[in-house]
Design a protein around this ligand. Structure first.
Ligand code: DGY
Length: 323
């Protein structure tokens, strides 16, 4: 039987590309150049599976490709807000994602941002590299202590829980959270986590706020000017979720006017474009969407996609079907 034709839209770790080559008639993207809308439409017309990432916008326009050969979008990543699920469903295309395997690394990165923003690590590194450092002194580059402070989590899914575990067990932090679907009482106890009735309550009571909710129409600009205004002036905001959960302009104003102390960002509203003003502010740490970027995790994500499409083509339900 002829192998299914699949296309991978970006470069993937070499072990995963090799595995895909063993199983499928695969077209790889050796230049790692993002595909255009026309190329994505073409992919849907000519391949049985298209394997996209967060950098591909799989819109209704892309999904209207004719003729349609694609039967499954095997997304490399847990978030799927870049895929129009309703349009995919209407065209009878299955969609899968890669949950769980990136939980630890994303929580590690959220904690990295939290520590960097609190202890001014980005500023400090720039200071040393620019040869501006004149030596130790008692009042130099004082930051904010992390241990024992209160962490507020918006969203307590897998990654939120992994963040709570690190904060509570590693840094003695009491954890507050808001999530419409909280975990069990035993799990909350193990995480030292206390539920709040509203997002606002979390914001008002926390020294650090870390966002761990999915990007949906409901969570777009969840952190707007009003909600940023609910945070303590000394508080720090961390975003490893999705850029448009935060109103980037409102955040810039809050950072400029020091109505919050600092922020740590891994994701941006108009990614990969980062607002010029953010680039000029010292009280924000900026990373290029590195949440899941460890070799082990990226290989695990890729292998998860392989499992998902292989189950699908074998007529079984893929483990991670989202549509
Ligand atoms: C994810 O898995 O959603 C990461 O943000 C990369 O897309």
């Amino acid at each position: 039987m002829a192998k299914q034709k699949i296309i991978v839209t970006r470069r993937w770790p070499v072990d995963v590309e090799r595995r895909l080559g063993e199983l499928y008639d695969v077209e790889l993207n050796r230049d790692d150049r993002p595909l255009t809308v026309a190329e994505l439409r073409n992919a849907l017309s000519n391949f049985d599976a298209v394997l996209p990432t967060v950098s591909d916008r799989i819109t209704a326009e892309v999904l209207s490709a004719e003729p349609l050969r694609c039967k499954i979008l095997g997304n490399f990543g847990v978030g799927f807000n870049h895929i129009d699920l309703a349009a995919a469903k209407a065209r009878g295309i299955a969609v899968t994602n890669t949950p769980a395997v990136l939980t630890d690394c994303t929580a590690d990165l959220a904690m990295t941002l939290l520590l960097m923003a609190a202890r001014r690590a980005g500023e400090g590194e720039r200071h040393v590299r620019s040869k501006a450092w004149t030596g130790w002194r008692p009042t130099h580059m004082m930051g904010t202590k992390v241990t024992g402070k209160t962490l507020g989590l918006i969203g307590l899914g897998r990654i939120g829980r992994a963040m709570a575990k690190r904060a509570h067990h590693g840094f003695d932090m009491p954890v507050l959270f808001h999530d419409p679907y909280p975990p069990s009482t035993e799990e909350l106890k193990a995480l030292g986590a206390t539920g709040c009735g509203s997002v606002e309550e979390v914001l008002e009571r926390s020294d650090f706020v870390s966002l761990h909710c999915p990007a949906t129409p409901e969570t777009r600009h969840l952190m707007n000017a009003e909600r940023l205004g609910r945070m303590k002036r000394s508080a720090i905001l961390i975003n490893t979720a999705r850029g448009d959960v935060v109103d980037e302009q409102a955040l810039i104003q809050a950072l400029k006017n020091r109505t919050i102390a600092a922020a740590g960002l891994d994701v941006y509203e108009f990614e990969p474009k980062v607002s010029h003003e953010l680039l000029t502010l010292e009280n924000v740490v900026l990373l290029p969407h590195l949440g899941s970027a460890s070799l082990e995790t990226r290989v695990a994500m890729g292998m998860r996609v392989v499992d998902n499409i292989t189950a699908f083509f074998a007529g079984k339900a893929p483990g991670d079907k989202v549509a």
